[in-house]
Design a protein. Structure first.
Length: 197
């Protein structure tokens, strides 16, 4: 066996699959990504690696003053808070995944200051069934980072905007109802690694 995919008929991204002695090209435009059908199959079989980022504003001494949360509309049409989040692509470094997803969610003028180390503030594990942390689509493991931003955040993709919350308010359990799947708990766990004034 050469990796987890050897037991399934799902070819690796950017590879070629054989079918009835004919070669079928299963490449996607981005070889680090799966087609929709391949990805649905992978989601049913394996935990996926994600990054989540908590954008923060800091004062001149480096203390966190405000926490940025994205505003998104959920499947029921309700406005919810969310963290910057996205999958890590095949062959992509954690640092590159952070840069790509921060730009995707906050825009190119956010000017994030990436952590020097790839060690996350916390790790979250989401399950597709009821429990502490839930993602109905999949089993996912997420590396969560605190990322100071100094520029103008202009949310893109499916985010409607960004809301800045004072640090002390983000630590309150009352914020949990704004998030889905227990992400308020994830936010607090990550913020507990930050020194406050």
């Amino acid at each position: 066996m050469i990796g987890a995919f050897a037991l399934s008929n799902v070819p690796l991204p950017g590879t070629v699959a054989w079918d009835n002695n004919k070669m079928n090209d299963v490449r996607t435009p981005d070889s680090g990504w799966f087609s929709d059908d391949e990805f649905d199959d992978v989601r049913r079989r394996l935990p996926l690696l994600y990054i989540e980022a908590v954008p923060v504003r800091v004062d001149d001494l480096g203390f966190v003053t405000d926490i940025g949360v994205l505003i998104r509309v959920d499947q029921y049409g309700e406005m919810r808070s969310a963290l910057v989040a996205g999958r890590v692509k095949y062959g992509e470094s954690i640092r590159d995944a952070l840069v790509r997803n921060l730009e995707k969610d906050l825009g190119s003028l956010a000017f994030p200051r990436l952590p020097l180390s790839p060690v996350p503030a916390t790790v979250a594990e989401y399950f597709p069934f009821p429990g502490r942390l839930v993602d109905e689509r999949q089993h996912a493991v997420s590396l969560v980072y605190i990322v100071p931003v100094s520029g103008e955040c202009q949310p893109r993709q499916d985010a409607l905007g960004i809301r800045w919350i004072p640090f002390h308010e983000a630590l309150l359990e009352a914020i949990d109802s704004e998030f889905v799947g227990g992400r308020g708990q994830v936010l607090r766990a990550a913020l507990n690694t930050v020194t406050q004034r």
